[in-house]
Design a binder for this molecule. Structure first.
Ligand code: TRP
Length: 316
């Protein structure tokens, strides 16, 4: 265990995950849990930048634990925890604030997008990349699996590690992003990119009835006889060879093709949904996993912050 490289990733608890979340990111955590000493963090303090409702934040965090356990994250291999259980992260975030310039943070895509949309940006949103850098650096992460949209944030973490090491002395490893190269953008049921904000998702733990309604309503383009959106979603579940044959045979028969997708989708989702329902029967177990994960992550963070405190000169 000691010789394994360290992986850390964070996910915001902002609601029900969908199949593009699963194939784009979540599944990777499961695939990599044997190879790396893994830390998967529910970043509740990041969520607080936009989600300001206590019941919702608390229930989203619990639900996300169910999601993670249901997809097969094994608590004996992965430290599953919530960010707020490691207060050293916010402490480190402050220290990073003090060595970072405003213009540097003003270059962050997420911040620029919010400004471009005319949003009134809160300080937490502006500072978001440094809290994320603290998440990553405090656990000595070697790799950070993220989607393409988070690449810049991992670069911010690297830059911040370098800057700290240069000013105060060696404390942090330089993390590498682990970008899923072969993940294509998954279309939602309306053909746009699948995204919660477009209201076009297929939830990962949907019921059979929900799946039926959603799959049958996928928007098809009628030009080629091959419904591209249906195919693109189907590709998550079946290999191309199988699909090309099927879609050639059923060319133009959109209803049949959607039904074929529905059958495969149900076969894939049903066991996950059932496992999740099983886990939901034992709330205490789930909370214990979360608590134990928090304790492990906090213990490791405490060692790092002790060193950092010494290096910056607050220990006398
Ligand atoms: N910013 C990430 C996202 O929105 C979430 C996140 C927070 C994260 N802390 C992290 C991801 C640390 C990886 C590592 O998806």
């Amino acid at each position: 265990m000691g010789s394994k490289k360290i992986l850390l990733s964070g996910v915001k608890p902002t609601g029900r995950p969908h199949i593009a979340n699963y194939f784009g990111a979540m599944r990777q955590f499961v695939d990599l849990q044997d190879e790396y000493q893994s830390y998967v963090c529910i970043v509740d303090y990041h969520a607080l930048t936009t989600l300001q409702n206590s019941n919702e934040l608390a229930s989203n965090t619990y639900e996300m634990m169910l999601d993670f356990l249901a997809i097969g994250l094994d608590p004996s291999k992965v430290v599953l925890f919530k960010q707020s259980d490691v207060p050293e992260v916010t402490e480190l975030g402050w220290i990073f604030n003090c060595i970072t310039t405003m213009p540097y943070l003003e270059r962050a895509h997420a911040y620029k997008d919010a400004v471009a949309k005319g949003k009134e940006v809160n300080v937490g949103t502006f500072d978001y990349p440094l809290l994320m850098a603290a998440d990553i650096l405090i656990q000595d992460a070697d790799v950070v699996p993220v989607g393409q949209d988070q690449k810049q944030h991992v670069e911010y973490a690297r830059d911040t590690a370098e800057k700290f090491n240069r000013i105060f002395g060696e404390a942090f490893k330089l993390p590498e992003p682990l970008i899923l190269e072969n993940v294509k953008t998954v279309p939602g049921i309306d053909g746009q990119k699948m995204s919660k904000s477009y209201n076009n998702t297929i939830p990962l733990f949907a019921t059979d009835d929900e799946l039926k309604a959603l799959v049958m309503s996928i928007v098809t383009d009628s030009s080629s006889g091959i419904p591209q959106n249906v195919y693109a979603i189907h590709e998550l579940l079946r290999d191309r060879e199988y699909l090309d044959k099927l879609y050639e045979e059923k060319k133009g028969k959109y209803k049949d093709l959607k039904e074929a997708l529905l059958v495969d989708m149900i076969a894939f989702i049903k066991p996950l949904r059932e496992k999740r329902a099983e886990l939901a029967k034992d709330r205490q177990f789930v909370l214990n996993v979360l608590k134990e994960g928090g304790e492990k992550a906090e213990k490791k963070a405490a060692q790092k912050i002790a060193k950092v405190r010494e290096l910056v000169g607050v220990e006398i």
